[in-house]
Write a protein that binds this ligand. Structure first.
Ligand code: SF4
Length: 394
């Protein structure tokens, strides 16, 4: 039996992939903890993410006998991990094949724990992987391949299993969720959300992220009509300037983005934005700020542009680092102010909070609350004041 540890870098899909490896190792009879095996599921979305991934692998090589480097950065640039000690194996496989590969290499001990609970209130269930959109800056299609979906039956099975294990909240994850299709069963994302939302015992349901092109009347209706769906949606903007959006090969204009989100104005909307894309001028950046304000977005995940190998813009990086830094700071400040404003509106109002960590939880719209209640409980609260970290419950 091997003792293992798993860590991931990057997005919710990376998190889900890491947990799939974890579950497979537990199911094969290995135990968490100990220093035999470490798995580092990596990220390559920026140069910095690859650097941190290598750093994590280097550290793990010192503390563990065997290290498996998996995930996006391993697939993009196995040479980014060149020169690491001999106990490091770089696994250049698709996410679907990785758990079996790692488990096979570590060696199975027989199925002693076929059904393993994740130790979180929230479970991430992957419904789709890969992307066929080919945005000019993005390396994801190169490392994860074209879009493909799990079957509805497999997704529903996993959701029911997670709920039976005690998870209160499910987050449907994928690289490009709106591309989810089960042609045989006749499902696209809206119908799947409706069906998952009807699983008995499920308290909360969220989508990890969705491209604005997929936010249509049908999806909006399902989000509104499914009681367990959170009033939260993460819709990447990347830029609020039409020229930059075109240069990025995004498939919408700033006005389309705003129009599509109009019916969700009461939702807590969050986004991703890239700053310092090669054709982003000061005026273009100001338009990004303006669109974020007009859409009523709260949290912005800011990504300073970083050219990625193999992409259309791989050789272009013309905005000075200091400018990227300054624009990132302005965007983060705007995001902080928007979050605070939304939180302040909850003072005196009631919400239902799902407590996911000691002293903390999230309300119905995924706003953070500070509450004193047992982890895993859904509690009715009233907003008393706001702090740096969220809304204080009375
Ligand atoms: S939609 Fe664009 S940014 Fe998102 S994963 Fe696909 S190619 Fe990358």
């Amino acid at each position: 039996m091997a003792g293992f540890s798993i860590r991931f870098l990057g997005c919710k899909v990376s998190h889900t992939d890491a947990h799939e490896v974890r579950e497979r190792l537990l199911a094969d009879g290995h135990t968490e903890g100990g220093t035999d095996v470490a798995v580092v599921n990596t990220c390559c979305v920026t140069h910095e993410a690859v650097r941190k991934s290598r750093q994590a692998a280097t550290r793990a090589a010192r503390t563990h006998s065997r290290v498996y480097v998996t995930g996006c950065a391993a697939n993009l640039a196995a040479d980014a991990f060149a020169g690491l000690p001999e106990n490091v194996t770089v696994v250049t496989r698709r996410s679907e094949e990785t758990p079996a590969f790692v488990a096979g290499d570590v060696g199975a001990l027989g199925c002693v724990q076929a059904d393993v609970r994740l130790d979180r209130v929230r479970a991430f269930v992957k419904i789709q992987d890969g992307c066929s959109f080919s945005c000019n800056f993005c390396v994801i299609p190169l490392v994860r391949g074209a879009s493909r979906s799990r079957s509805v039956a497999a997704v529903l099975d996993e959701v029911r299993r997670r709920v039976d294990q005690g998870h209160r909240e499910i987050v449907l994850t994928g690289i490009n969720l709106g591309c989810f299709r089960d042609r045989q069963a006749g499902y696209r994302l809206p119908r799947l959300v409706r069906e998952v939302g009807a699983v008995p015992g499920l308290e909360r349901l969220r989508l990890s992220s969705i491209e604005v092109n997929h936010v249509d009347a049908e999806l909006v209706a399902v989000l509104r009509e499914t009681p367990v769906v959170s009033r939260h949606l993460h819709v990447p903007l990347q830029s609020g300037d039409d020229r930059v959006l075109r240069d990025m090969a995004r498939r919408y204009s700033a006005s389309t983005y705003l129009k599509r989100l109009e019916p969700l104005e009461d939702f807590n909307l969050t986004t991703d934005a890239i700053v310092g894309f090669p054709t982003e001028t000061d005026a273009a950046f100001d338009r990004t700020l303006a669109v974020i304000g007009a859409a009523g977005i709260t949290k912005v995940h800011v990504f300073p542009y970083s050219p990625r190998p193999g992409t259309v813009t791989a050789e272009r990086d013309t905005v000075a680092p200091a400018v990227k830094k300054e624009r990132s700071a302005r965007l983060r400040a705007a995001s902080d102010a928007a979050c605070r404003a939304r939180w302040r509106r909850k003072i005196g109002a009631e919400d239902i909070v799902l407590v996911d960590r000691p002293g903390r939880g999230y309300g119905d719209d995924y706003s953070p609350w500070l509450v004193d209640a047992p982890v895993g409980e859904l509690v009715r609260v009233r907003g008393a004041s706001v702090s740096e970290e969220g809304i204080l419950a009375a």
